[in-house]
Design a protein around this ligand. Structure first.
Ligand code: ATP
Ligand code: MG
Length: 301
């Protein structure tokens, strides 16, 4: 992994995260098998995120959302451009960023409790306190009673909830979440959304939350960044100027909420994918709106 070098740069106090002209290029196999080609997954991506802000990122499959989060997390180096957190360039992973990724990536040799306590151990939190904190977060994600199970003894949704508890438990300033609620059922998903909003309001973490769901993006965020594919770019940034707290059930009937989700939907439709891939629009009611599912072909590759 790359080393943790601090770069001195000009910095505006208000911003927690400054993403500057990111570009990510992968070497991919050509469809016809004739060697490799370069594929631009992210291009010209710049975004400043305020301290304590909640930003959702929505876009079709393959538009570069996970690639972007990997770079911010320090799990992959950027092709070019940079990410600054508190004015320091990201050069690798760090406990100042909690990560909940698409695959749960739990430690298979650790029990639920030991997974949740991982970051606390690294921070040197004493055992008794670790147990208190882990119990609190295990309860938060509805896993009390499963503390001594190993990941292979859990369902996919349960593993995902352990990953969420683990990221929250050591109280990082920045939370990076890549479709964290995609694998859990509707009721638990709503509970987790409400809990996440409550935790965020209490702790004022800076959150970047990737989702396929337009509803989820609009419900949670202060701003929704809409990405378009080929290459992954910012297509639109939508301010969610609705009050808080936002109750899940009420929002679904709110006129302002309906307008915001419609704007996101239209941005995705115009720049996101071909019309056949866009789901029918529903303005009211509890129906979940999903972002268009896939990027139409990876041109020429
Ligand atoms: N390591 C890699 N090597 C080559 N291509 C890659 C690699 N990682 C991602 N890609 C490609 O880059 C593009 C963006 O992938 P990424 O996983 O970031 O998309 P995504 O927006 O997170 O999609 P999804 O919504 O399906 O999770 C895709 O076309 C993918 O095939
Ligand atoms: Mg992804």
């Amino acid at each position: 992994m790359f080393s943790n070098v601090t770069l001195e740069t000009s910095w505006e106090e208000d911003y927690k995260i400054d993403i500057r002209n990111l570009r990510q290029v992968y070497r991919v196999r050509r469809k016809d098998g004739s060697g490799f080609a370069e594929f631009v997954a992210i291009d010209d991506f710049s975004l400043k995120i305020k301290d304590g802000e909640f930003v959702s990122i929505v876009g079709p499959s393959g538009c570069g959302k996970s690639s972007l989060l990997d770079i911010i997390a320090g799990l992959a180096p950027a092709g070019s451009g940079s990410v600054l957190i508190d004015g320091r360039e990201v050069r690798g992973p760090n406990l100042d960023r909690g990560i909940v990724m698409q695959g749960y990536a739990l430690f298979p040799w650790r029990t639920v409790r030991k997974n949740v306590e991982f970051g606390l151990e690294i921070k040197g939190v004493p055992a008794r306190e670790r147990e208190e904190i882990s119990s609190k977060y295990i309860e938060l994600v509805n896993l009390t009673g499963f503390e001594n199970r190993y990941p292979h003894e859990l369902s996919g949704g349960m593993k995902q909830r352990v990953a969420i508890a683990r990221a929250l438990a050591y109280d990082p300033g920045v939370l990076l979440m890549d479709e964290p609620f995609a694998a859990v059922d509707a009721q638990i998903r709503e509970n987790l959304q409400d809990e996440l909003m409550r935790i965020w309001e209490k702790t004022k973490k800076t959150i970047i939350f990737v989702t396929h769901s337009i509803d989820e993006a609009a419900l949670l965020a202060d701003r929704v960044v809409v990405m378009s594919p080929n290459p992954g770019r910012i297509a639109d940034v939508v301010e969610v100027d609705l009050g808080r707290p936002r109750a899940n059930a009420e929002m679904r009937l709110d006129r302002g909420f309906a307008l915001i989700r419609e704007r996101i939907y239209r941005s995705l439709q115009e720049k996101g994918a071909s019309s056949e891939e866009v789901p029918r629009i529903e303005n009211t009611g509890p129906l979940e709106m999903a972002a268009p599912l896939s990027v139409a072909g990876q041109a020429g590759l």
